[in-house]
Each structure stands twice: as C-alpha cells, then as structure tokens.
Design a protein around this ligand. Structure first.
Ligand SMILES: CC(C)(COP(=O)(O)OP(=O)(O)OC[C@H]1O[C@@H](n2cnc3c(N)ncnc32)[C@H](O)[C@@H]1OP(=O)(O)O)[C@@H](O)C(=O)NCCC(=O)NCCS
Length: 166
C-alpha cells in the first residue's frame, strides 16, 4: 500500500487539474472518457481551470508514490460567466476528480476534507458545487456538510456553510 500525501496545488499542476476536470465531467461509468482537449473545448467547463492559478484560486493535489492521483480546487466565477454550481460571487465553486484507477480508496475524501479545512481557515462563509443527482459523489458531499440548495436539469447545486466555531 502506497502512502497518500495531500499538498497544495501550484502553477505547475495546471495540466493535471485539467485532466481531473475532464474525468469529473465524464464521470458516468460506461460513458466514453473524452480526451482532455475536447472536454476543454466547452467554455462552460474550461472556465474552471483556464489560466490556473488565478490569484483567488486554491487547490490541493493528492499524490501516491510521488505521482498525482487526484485534485480538488475552488474558483470564484463572475455572475456573467457562472459555473453550474453558481450561488453568488463570494461563493467559490469546487471541482474534484480522482484518476479512474485510484477511486474508492479514500483519495476523494482526503482531498475534500483538506480543501474544506483550508476554506474554513480562510474564513470562507460558503462553498458550492454542482453534481448530477445520480452521481454517487452526492453521498461524499453530504458527509462533508454540503446541502442541496436547488435541483434543475438533473443536477444539484450543493452548498456548504462554514461550521460555527465550537
Ligand atoms: C467522486 C470522486 C472524486 C471521489 O473520489 P474517491 O477517491 O473515489 O472517493 P472515496 O474513496 O473517498 O469515496 C468517497 C465516495 O466517492 C464515491 N466513489 C467511491 N468509489 C467510486 C468509484 N469507483 N467511482 C465513482 N465514485 C466512487 C462514493 O460515493 C464514495 O462514497 P460511498 O462510499 O458513501 O459510496 C471520484 O470517484 C471521481 O473522480 N469520480 C468521477 C468524477 C466525479 O464524479 N467528480 C465529481 C463531479 S461533481
């Protein structure tokens, strides 16, 4: 068993983040995983990683034996170019993806908890994401404290509020 390490995402991770964005977009088992370039040809998807890192972008990368296996990150998007999980301009939207051959062993859980720890530390009031209603990842998000804010076109917009300090 190889040790898992979660570290901050840096500028050099742009290509890997784009790969993870592509696997997140094509999450459905049995559906063809498209090449990264064709996923990024859709501006509604590409805007989650374009020009990474912008100065308000924050992300984490999971490494196993020194090789990246998954990533999670947030980005603030403007009201005139909203993401699928847009709530408001002060709520960044989270993207998360784990390499197909590395799923189901806790990588996604580790990535999300580290990113949310960072969000809470940065005093972000809310974070959001968009997930299709039949994606098993919904359970991961509910466990992490996200709630369904709205549902349309087969996808939930989920929001997590920063927990009150004890
Ligand atoms: C969702 C995802 C990031 C979770 O990462 P992971 O490392 O597989 O997660 P974990 O091992 O920590 O397990 C957490 C949850 O992920 C989901 N999961 C686990 N293995 C999975 C697999 N092989 N395929 C899809 N989802 C899986 C399950 O819902 C699991 O929770 P459960 O045990 O209550 O069912 C990852 O499976 C993935 O990249 N999926 C495809 C992309 C995607 O759907 N991204 C989110 C779009 S909103």
């Amino acid at each position: 068993v190889s040790a898992l390490r979660v570290r901050p995402a840096v500028a050099n991770d742009a290509t890997f983040l784009a790969e993870m964005l592509a696997v997140a977009a094509d999450w459905r088992p049995g559906s063809m995983a498209r090449p990264v370039a064709s996923v990024l040809a859709d501006p509604a998807i590409a805007h989650y990683v374009d020009g990474w890192p912008r100065h308000t972008d924050v992300g984490v990368v999971a490494e196993s034996d020194g090789a990246p296996v998954g990533a999670a990150w947030w980005r603030f998007l403007p009201a005139d170019d909203p993401g699928y999980g847009f709530v408001d301009v002060s709520t960044p939207e989270i993207s998360i993806g784990v390499r197909v051959d590395q799923r189901g062993r806790g990588v996604g859980t580790a990535l999300l908890s580290e990113l949310l720890r960072t969000a809470d530390g940065a005093r972000l009031e809310t974070t959001s994401l968009s997930v299709e209603v039949d994606n098993p990842a919904v359970r991961l998000y509910l466990r992490a404290g996200f709630e369904v804010l709205a549902t349309s076109d087969g996808a939930h917009t989920m929001v997590r509020r920063r927990p009150d300090p004890i």
